[in-house]
Ligand binder design. Structure first.
Ligand code: PMP
Length: 791
């Protein structure tokens, strides 16, 4: 408590005596807009003097007094502030303070502890819900023209107005979450806001406006007071509960229990409509967004001012936790105490869905996991299943900067509503994006062709290579995958040499540039040159993924890589780097994974992460190669480089920079490599109950299928870079690839809400390539879950 200015206090004491006829000690209290003072006459006789400095609020003061006096006639009025009359019989008085005209009101002091400083038992929160519902119910009909037209910046209905100031939030992770939840408000709440019941609300049930009293003697804690009606507003009824929840859940481990209690308590008095409950998730988040942006705004205008910062730590943590809560059917689930289990009915429905899928699709189109997941939403590194569960996405590198990243979504939406056309016209964002993208490459790579997928990029790269070298001869890495077109399959041993494949085409030569790779043929590191100087090896095009994903996240030997590129070039060939999986900062140390080997390609293929899920691909090449393609035949892609894609691609690049995601990949990746290495060599088992094979994706070799007990294995290697890692498993006794153990772990981890997959020639490598916003906390959680799975 701030004792305040003693002259001012003396002046106010005189004022109180003359206007209210009370004599007491005056001390200043904290306040946001109004000035508040505690008046102590005796320990039992205390008051709050409230001084409103804004003259324009007089009409509001009158209306507020009228509402509070009416409420004082109701049972709930006992715990609410009721204005006291002064010697003139009025409920407010004029005062000249600091040379300014202001208005005073006097209220009896309400005893109790602020909720912010108390830690009441769970059932308190039902009382809290009930009290706010009683207030809302008893205020019904008390609204007047002043209250109905009143508006202020904290009204939840005006939350979108803070959008322009999101950038004032300095922490990129906080900014991303606030932006995300505002986007969700715009998408999920704004379109139906007009349908919500409106009522007069207290609208500021924050934990400094709620007083609690301990029950004692086995009785429950209860609400002792609700103060400060200064935010009263005519707005969506559901805002009341959302605001109360935004504050009362903060800092609570069992915040979902608070959620349940408050809503249940409120509904004992006022039954909320399904529509209101369906959006409460977004409204609660909206209040945290307001807290974050208002604080950032205040900090910007008035650095060091503490008042607005009071809830920031709590709000930012809640946003981090909240994005992990699956919003689908959340209210019902929490109310019924369910945690997202499927049950028998759910399993049956899932089976029917799978059947339905294959009514329309070939079995060549596979589903992941023994029990496929029905997805209904996603946010950043999290995905939401229809069953109410949240999954941490550790395996999808397509939503590179995060699922539904607001900046990317909005870039696409904006441009889609403006212009979408093709490269046969001039438009600014094509050149802008091309220039930005090429600025990420060494200067020799200065021409770009836009397409719509990694496969299309491979296909085009083949045509460019043929135009440039004059030959259709290729070198590829063993187990490589370069795409689904006929040309790309021909360059993909992962496809042509495995089930259903037609074998190696004659014009393709296979190399293995990882000396540690489990030998599949007699293919150790070569002693001498890799290529012949003349004849069949002349002018071959060398395609290499910079870390070979389908081979099991294989990092190549720098020496062999440089040697190969040198030999290819000496033979008149060119080197094409496939960065579809590894590009855009994923490997942490570098923006492109080819940079790990200190080699500069002649051409680069891009795809997956480029559009964060929007279908984009590109071929970047040298001036000379681009010129060789100028044969008179037009190159045209209907969609490649369209204005919408350019805006999206640009947003992805900007987010990578703004959120320092490459650096995040490096830090989190290094941490994971070091933690996972601690699990290496240790003999481990994974339970037999997890003996499940990936749905429609059977391993082809390695492992034995006749285990009767848990699989014994060890982690033989953790490899990769940044957020592109592989965990290789081998059987403890034989040292053979431990396929079943890897598959069992992936399925077990899925049950724990963590999505991974297996890959490599024997499906014994657990693949890790999450969205780039994957945090240290997520990494810690992954390691803990893995430790718990492999005993
Ligand atoms: N190259 C690599 C290395 C890939 O992993 C893929 C896709 N998995 C592709 C090319 C083909 O990309 P898309 O599926 O977009 O056609």
């Amino acid at each position: 408590m701030n004792q305040g200015n003693s002259l001012e206090n003396k002046f106010l004491a005189q004022f109180l005596e003359s206007v209210y006829g009370i004599r007491g000690k005056v001390s200043r209290l904290a306040g946001y807009q109004d000035r508040n003072y505690l008046i102590t006459c005796s320990s039992e006789d205390r008051y709050i003097l409230k001084i409103t400095m804004a003259v324009e609020d007089l009409e509001f003061i009158r209306s507020q007094n009228r509402v509070l006096l009416a409420l004082s006639q109701k049972p709930v009025g006992k715990i609410l502030p009721s204005p006291m009359s002064n010697s003139n019989g009025g409920f407010y008085a004029e005062i000249l303070l600091d040379g300014q005209q202001a208005f005073t009101r006097l209220f009896p002091f309400i005893d109790g502890s602020f909720l912010a400083e108390a830690n009441p038992a769970g059932s308190f929160y039902a009382d809290l819900g009930r009290v706010f519902a009683q207030i809302d119910r008893d205020m019904t009909g008390l609204e007047d023209a002043v209250l109905k037209s009143r508006t202020h910046a904290w009204d939840l209905a005006r939350v979108m107005e803070i959008t322009g100031d999101i950038n004032l939030i300095s922490n990129p992770g906080d900014r991303r979450l606030v932006h995300y939840f505002l986007m969700k408000y715009r998408e999920e709440v704004a379109p139906i806001y007009h349908l919500l019941p409106k009522t007069l609300l207290h609208a500021d049930g924050n934990d400094w406006n709620i007083l609690t009293i301990e029950g004692g003697g086995g009785r429950e804690d209860t609400v002792a007071g609700v103060i400060d009606f200064g935010d009263m507003v005519w707005s969506g009824r559901i805002h009341e509960v959302a605001i109360v929840l935004a504050y009362s859940m903060m800092g609570k481990n069992d915040y979902l229990n608070v959620f349940k209690e408050v809503i249940n308590g409120y509904q004992e008095v006022i039954r909320l409509a399904d529509l209101e409950l369906s959006i409460i998730y977004y409204l609660i988040a909206a209040r945290w967004c307001q807290t974050m942006v208002m604080a950032a705004r205040q900090e910007h205008l008035n650095p060091g001012s503490a008042y607005h910062q009071v809830s920031v730590g709590g709000a930012r943590r809640m946003l981090e936790l909240w994005v992990r809560e699956n919003p689908t059917g959340m209210v019902k689930r929490v109310m019924n105490g369910e945690r997202g289990e499927k049950g028998e009915r759910g399993e049956k429905e899932l089976e029917e869905r799978v059947e339905e899928r294959y009514k329309y699709f070939s079995k060549a189109v596979s589903l992941s996991y023994q029990e496929p997941i029905y997805m209904v939403g996603a946010a950043m590194q999290y995905m939401y299943g229809e069953d109410g569960r949240t999954y941490v996405d550790c395996v999808n590198n397509i939503p590179h900067v995060g699922h539904c990243h607001p900046k990317v979504v909005e870039a696409g939406q904006r441009q889609m509503a403006r212009l979408n056309t093709n490269t046969r016209y001039l438009y600014d964002n094509l050149d802008r994006y091309a220039s930005k993208l090429l600025s990420k490459f060494p200067p020799s790579l200065n021409k770009v062709f836009f397409v719509n997928s990694g496969s299309a990029a491979t296909d085009l790269a083949v045509r460019l290579a043929e135009a440039h070298t004059g030959r259709c001869e290729y070198i590829v890495l063993d187990y490589a995958y370069h795409g689904n077109t006929k040309a790309a399959i021909g360059l993909s041993p992962y496809k042509f040499n495995r089930k259903g494949g037609k074998g190696k085409p004659d014009n393709v030569k296979i190399l293995n540039l990882n000396p540690n790779m489990v030998p599949t043929a007699a293919q150790g590191p070569p002693p001498g040159p890799l290529l012949r100087k003349e004849g069949e090896d002349s002018r071959r095009t060398f395609f290499a993924e910079s870390i070979v994903g389908c081979a099991g996240q294989l990092v190549l030997s720098k020496g062999l890589m440089q040697q190969t590129v040198n030999e290819v070039r000496a033979n008149g060939g060119i080197y094409v780097a496939d960065e579809v999986q590894t590009g855009f900062g994923r490997v942490g140390q570098k923006f492109w994974a080819f940079e790990l080997y200190d080699v500069i390609p002649d051409m680069v293929i891009l795809g997956k992460p480029m559009g964060n899920g929007h279908p984009m691909g590109a071929v970047v090449c040298t001036e000379e190669i681009a010129r060789s393609f100028e044969t008179g035949m037009e190159f045209f892609s209907s969609f490649g480089g369209n204005p919408v894609s350019c805006e999206i691609g640009m947003a992805v690049l900007e987010v990578i920079e703004e959120e320092e995601l490459q650096e995040n990949a490096r830090i989190v990746g290094d941490f994971l490599i070091s933690e996972l290495n601690k699990l290496c060599s240790r003999e481990s088992t994974v339970g037999e109950e997890q003996r499940l094979l990936p749905f429609g994706n059977m391993p082809e070799a390695g492992g034995s299928s006749d285990h009767a007990s848990p699989f014994k294995f060890r982690i033989s290697e953790v490899r990769g870079s940044g957020l592109f890692l592989g965990i290789e498993l081998v059987e403890s006794e034989t040292g053979k690839p431990a396929t079943e153990a890897a598959v069992a772990i992936v399925n077990a981890m899925k049950e724990k809400g963590i999505l991974l997959s297996t890959d490599g020639p024997f499906n014994n490598v657990i693949k890790f390539k999450p969205p780039m916003c994957f945090s240290m906390e997520n990494a810690q959680e992954l390691v803990t879950a893995l430790r718990g799975t492999i005993r």
